[in-house]
Design a protein. Structure first.
Length: 441
C-alpha cells in the first residue's frame, strides 16, 4: 500500500473515532437531561436544559417526551386505589423484561397485583398509535384516553399513573383544556406557544422525581386532557410546532390566566422582586384604539357585597384567628397595575395582615356571598376572589368589593388574546404584547 493511501486510511480512522466519541458524549448528555441531572444547578448558572437554549438562529424545540402524572377524578389526589385500562385492539403489559398481551377487555390493577413484584408496570396499546382509555377516572370529557404509554407504580398507600408521550401530542390535549376550542385561531396559536414554552421549562426537572414525572395534569401545572380534542386546537399546535417564547435567549415561563381588568401586573404580585430574568413580565395596558379589549366581557368588572360578620369569619378562618367584630378592612399596599399586595383586617379581638395576590384572594374567597358580573349575571362566591385588582369600602355593616378581571393577572390574558385576535392581531402580536421584549422562535 502506498504511503498516500495509508495516510488516507489513518485520517478516516481518526474521523470515525471522533464521531464515535461525540456520539457517546451527546448520548450521555441526553440521558442526564432525561433523568433530571441538571437539578443541582442554580438559577444563575442554568435553569433549563442545554437543548432548550437558543442555538444559532433556528432555536427550535425537539419533540421530546413529557411525563405527566395523572391524578384521580376531580384532581383530588395522585394516589389511585385501582387502575383500569383498555384499548380497542388490546394491551401489552411490560414488567421487567417480560411482555404479556392482554385482549380480555378492561385490565384492572390493584396495588397487590403480582405483576408489581418486579417493580413498575408499563402498558401500551397492542396496535401502535392507538390510545389507552383510563376507565378508572373521569374528566370533563368523560372517560379520558391517552396517547403514548401508561406507567403504573405501586406502593403501600396506592398506585401512581404516569402518561409518557411526545410533547406536541401532549399539547394537542392541553390547548382545548386551557382555552375553548371555539376561540379565534390566532388566540389558539398564542395559547399553543404559551403551553409549549411552559411545558419546556417544566421538562428541565422533575416535579415528582420519585416517579420521574415532569408535571401533573391539573391546574397546578397545565390542565391536560380534560376536554375533547378539537381540529382547531390540533391545527394551532401543528402550525406553531416547535415555537416557543424566548427572553434573553432562554425559554420564558409563560404564565397565563382567564381575563384581565384592562391591565396586567408583574412578579411582585407573588412576592418576587422584579429582576433582569423576569423583566418580560411587566404591567401593561390590554387595550387597543377603541379602549380595553375585554371591556364587554363578563369578568372585566365585578362586584361583591359581603356582610361584616361573613367577612370576619372568612378572614378569621384563613388566618386561624378570631377577629371578633370586624372594624375595618383595607388594602394597605398595592403593586404595578394597582394590584393588591397587602390586605389588613382589624377586629375587636385582633388584626390580620395578608400578603401577595393569591393569599389575599384566598382570604377573601369562600362561601356566603354572591358576585355580580359585568353583564349583570350573579354567581356564588368561590374558593378564591376572582382577582386581586379590587377596592374595598365599608357601607354600614357591609363591605363592598369592586374588582376586575379573573385570575392572577401575570402574563397573558386568554380572553384578552381572543379579543385581540378578533381585532385582527396575529398570535405573535398577542404574545409580544403580554410578554415584553421577547422573540417567538
Amino acid at each position: 500500500m502506498k504511503k498516500t493511501n495509508r495516510y488516507i486510511v489513518y485520517i478516516f480512522g481518526i474521523m470515525a473515532m471522533l464521531c464515535l466519541i461525540l456520539g457517546l458524549i451527546r448520548s450521555l448528555n441526553s440521558e442526564e437531561i432525561r433523568k433530571g441531572g441538571l437539578k443541582g444547578k442554580t438559577e444563575s448558572e442554568l435553569d433549563i436544559p442545554d437543548e432548550y437554549q437558543q442555538e444559532g438562529s433556528q432555536g427550535t424545540v425537539p419533540n421530546e417526551n413529557i411525563r405527566v402524572l395523572l391524578m384521580t377524578s376531580g384532581y383530588g389526589d395522585i394516589l389511585h386505589d385501582s387502575v383500569s385500562l383498555a384499548a380497542d385492539s388490546g394491551l401489552i403489559i411490560c414488567r421487567g423484561d417480560q411482555e404479556e398481551e392482554w385482549t380480555g377487555g378492561i385490565l384492572t390493577l390493584t396495588q397487590d397485583d403480582e405483576r408489581f413484584a418486579e417493580g413498575k408496570i408499563t402498558v401500551k396499546p397492542l396496535n401502535e398509535g392507538e390510545e389507552i382509555r383510563v376507565e378508572s377516572i373521569e374528566r370533563g370529557c368523560g372517560i379520558p384516553a391517552y396517547a403514548g404509554v401508561i406507567e403504573i407504580w405501586s406502593g403501600e398507600e396506592g398506585m401512581v399513573m404516569i402518561n409518557e408521550l411526545p410533547l406536541e401530542q401532549y399539547l394537542c390535549k392541553v390547548v382545548p383544556s386551557e382555552m375553548p376550542s371555539s376561540y379565534e385561531m390566532e388566540a389558539l396559536k398564542a395559547q399553543a406557544v404559551c403551553a409549549r414554552s411552559y411545558a419546556c421549562r417544566q421538562m428541565g426537572d422533575y416535579a415528582y422525581p420519585q416517579y420521574e414525572a415532569h408535571v401533573n395534569d391539573s391546574t397546578e401545572f397545565q390542565v391536560y386532557n380534560n376536554s375533547y380534542t378539537a381540529d382547531s386546537a390540533f391545527q394551532a399546535v401543528m402550525e406553531t410546532a416547535g415555537q416557543v417564547v424566548r427572553y434573553q435567549g432562554n425559554i420564558a415561563t409563560t404564565y397565563y390566566y382567564s381575563t384581565s381588568c384592562g391591565r396586567t401586573t408583574d412578579m411582585e404580585a407573588w412576592g418576587s422582586a422584579p429582576n433582569e430574568r423576569n423583566a418580560y413580565l411587566k404591567c401593561i395596558e390590554v387595550c387597543g384604539d377603541e379602549g380595553d379589549y375585554e371591556k364587554d366581557l363578563p369578568w372585566y368588572r365585578w362586584q361583591a357585597e359581603i356582610s361584616a360578620e361573613t367577612l370576619a369569619a372568612l378572614i378569621g378562618d384563613y388566618a386561624n384567628q378570631n377577629l371578633g367584630a370586624l372594624e375595618n378592612v383595607e388594602v394597605t399596599r398595592r403593586g404595578p397595575g394597582d394590584v393588591a399586595l397587602e390586605l389588613t383586617a382589624t377586629g375587636t379581638e385582633g388584626t390580620v395582615t395578608v400578603e401577595t395576590e393569591n393569599k389575599i384572594r384566598t382570604a377573601l374567597g369562600g362561601t356566603g356571598y354572591t358576585i355580580t358580573k359585568n353583564d349583570g349575571s350573579v354567581v356564588d362566591s368561590q374558593k378564591l376572589l376572582p382577582s386581586a385588582f379590587f377596592t374595598i369600602t365599608k357601607q354600614d355593616e357591609t363591605y363592598v368589593i369592586e374588582g376586575g378581571g379573573y385570575g392572577h393577572g401575570i402574563g397573558m390574558s386568554q380572553n384578552g388574546a381572543n379579543e385581540m385576535a378578533k381585532n385582527g392581531k396575529t398570535y405573535r402580536e398577542i404574545l409580544e404584547l403580554f410578554y415584553q421584549n421577547v422573540t417567538i422562535e
